[in-house]
Design a protein around this ligand. Sequence first.
Ligand code: ZN
Length: 74
Amino acid sequence: MKCSIQGCPGEYEHRLVIHTVKRGADVLVFEDVPAEVCDVCSDMLLAPATIRHIEALMANHPKPRKQAPVYAYT
Ligand SMILES: [Zn+2]
C-alpha cells in the first residue's frame, strides 16, 4: 500500500513495532505490535483491531512483561 503522506513515494510494509501510550503521568510501552510502516518516512499505521486490542490490554491491567527506564531529554 502506498504511503498516505503527501509527496512521499514510500510503501507501507508489515513490521512489529514498539508502541508507546501516555496515560496521565505514566508511559505504557507495548512491544511486538503489528503495524504498517512506510519504508521511506516511517509513518506508522495501526489497524483499528490493533488499537482495540491495546485498549483492552490497558483496561485489564496485566502484569508487564518487563519494566523500561524512562529518560528526559534535558
Ligand atoms: Zn512515507
